[in-house]
Design a protein around this ligand. Structure first.
Ligand code: ARG
Length: 457
């Protein structure tokens, strides 16, 4: 090489090393999460290129087969942890192109025809998000199921129901646990909304304005298993970041629900309550106070909920003033949604374990019932004897000192309408959760099937 000649990197980079490092950021690490999906996107793109009806094919069908085979091998290396992204590559897209060029020569240099890293990364992120959302759904179902199991185990064990944290009305452990389970399971609707947004194909939008080639965008949509194509190419480029923000919003809301579960468990396991007991090995001690068994794990659920809310806010802050078309700011959305998924999925798994390990002290729960907890029931007995409700209410309120001890179990048994202490349908929860399980399992295997068939040479 002559002195003036430098080795050509893929984009012929002449960027100052400090500037390069700053702009590349954490992509060489974060993009490892996208590597398999990047290969999938490339396999679909190259297949479509080989089918394009033009005079001089960009790649022939045979060449496309060779590329798919080589991509299949790269995927194996990725799965074995033998794949690295160099700072010079900048990101996974150029790392894969570098490997294909090393292995296939000029053919490797053709794969980027009619594509930009902008639509490439948008596809990668969406495929990765689809896979991750399905796994998060699985973990959500597992946590909800563990709460349903907990509820069924302790069943109608009386629990003081609270409003304003003050004793309110008879409740049960089953009602508490399945109430949280239902709130958590309902969050699957938000995850589903995020999944549907992620399930749209931006490929073929190139840098955001299309290319003068007869790209068959619906072909890559089918090959990659997306529900449909994002029609407008400019819109497709603008949608980058939006689906990440929608996912973060679903995750933030789910985390807020989990945080409330954690908060209840912290309160109910305080020595002053002692309704619940966390296993010793789930609690942490103090370096000075030998008596301590602290629920740090549950406290951190609260703090992680705050963090995910922060990530959601960061994503919308990043997007809201960005002009149309690709801007490098978008790269930073990647870290936000990946971090959000990581925190939420870890929290779901840890809470499933904590719920399964928590026990209930039934005697303490019963002993916590004070006469006031039965006040509404007493007033309703007066109604049953013919007193109008408001008179019965005043009668009880004016003579609170006359309220006496009652049997909490009978109070729990007396409420039988849908969803109350004696009207909780465990089978309904099981049916709903197994329905969700069927959906995510079918989608995961469809995605897996797509992946396998793309790498078949
Ligand atoms: N790593 C980049 C990202 O995540 C890839 C796209 C780069 N595109 C560009 N026009 N510089 O956004």
């Amino acid at each position: 090489m002559k002195k003036t000649e430098t080795k050509k990197t893929i984009t012929d980079n002449t960027v100052d090393p400090d500037i390069l490092a700053y702009t590349v950021g954490d992509d060489p690490v974060l993009d490892l999460n996208l590597a398999v999906w990047d290969c999938m996107g490339t396999a679909a793109h190259v297949t479509m290129l080989s089918e394009m009806k033009i005079k001089t094919p960009v790649v022939t069908k045979d060449e496309a087969r060779k590329v798919r085979k080589a991509l299949g091998e790269i995927v194996k290396e990725i799965e074995k942890g033998e794949f690295t992204i160099l700072v010079d590559d900048q990101d996974v897209h150029m790392a894969v192109e570098r490997l294909l060029t090393e292995r296939l020569g000029d053919l490797g240099k053709k794969i980027h025809t009619g594509r930009s890293r902008n639509d490439q990364v948008a596809v990668d992120v969406r495929l990765h998000m689809k896979d991750e959302i399905l796994r998060a759904e699985k973990e959500t179902v597992e946590l909800a199921s563990s709460l349903v199991k907990f509820g069924a185990k302790y069943g109608r064990t009386p629990l003081v129901g609270r409003t304003h944290l003050q004793p309110a009305m008879p409740s049960s452990v089953e009602m508490w646990a399945t109430g949280h389970a239902e709130m958590i399971a309902d969050q699957l609707e938000n995850l589903e909304a995020a999944y549907r947004l992620a399930d749209l194909n931006p490929l073929g939008s190139a840098a955001g304005y299309g290319v003068p080639l007869p790209l068959d965008r619906s072909r890559t949509t089918r090959l990659l298993g997306f529900s449909r194509t994002i029609h407008n190419v400019f819109g497709a480029s603008m949608a980058r970041g939006e689906c990440e923000a929608a996912l973060l919003s679903a995750l933030a809301q789910l985390m807020a629900v989990l945080s409330r579960l954690a908060e209840d468990m912290i309160i109910f396991s305080m020595p002053e309550f002692a309704y619940f007991k966390l296993p010793r090995e789930y609690c942490t001690g103090s370096s000075i106070m030998p008596q301590k068994f602290n629920p740090d794990v549950l406290e951190l659920v609260r703090s992680k909920a705050a963090q995910v809310l922060g990530l959601q806010t960061a994503s919308l802050s990043l997007l809201h003033a960005m002009p149309g078309g690709y801007n490098r700011d978008l790269q930073d959305c990647k870290w936000l949604y990946m971090k959000g998924l990581d925190i939420t999925r870890t929290t779901l798994r840890i809470l499933t374990k904590v719920v399964a390990g928590t026990s209930v002290d039934k005697a303490v729960c019963r002993a916590a019932f004070t006469p006031g907890v039965f006040a509404t029931d007493v007033a309703l007995r007066k109604v049953a004897a013919g007193t109008p409700w408001r008179d019965a209410y005043h009668d009880v309120r004016d003579h609170l000192e006359q309220l006496g001890d009652e049997d909490p179990d009978s109070a729990v048994a007396a409420k039988t309408h849908e969803g109350t202490t004696s009207g909780i349908d465990i089978a309904l929860y099981k049916a709903r959760l197994s329905q969700s399980e069927k959906t995510f399992k079918a989608r995961l295997s469809a995605l897996e099937k797509c992946k396998r068939s793309l790498f078949k040479a």
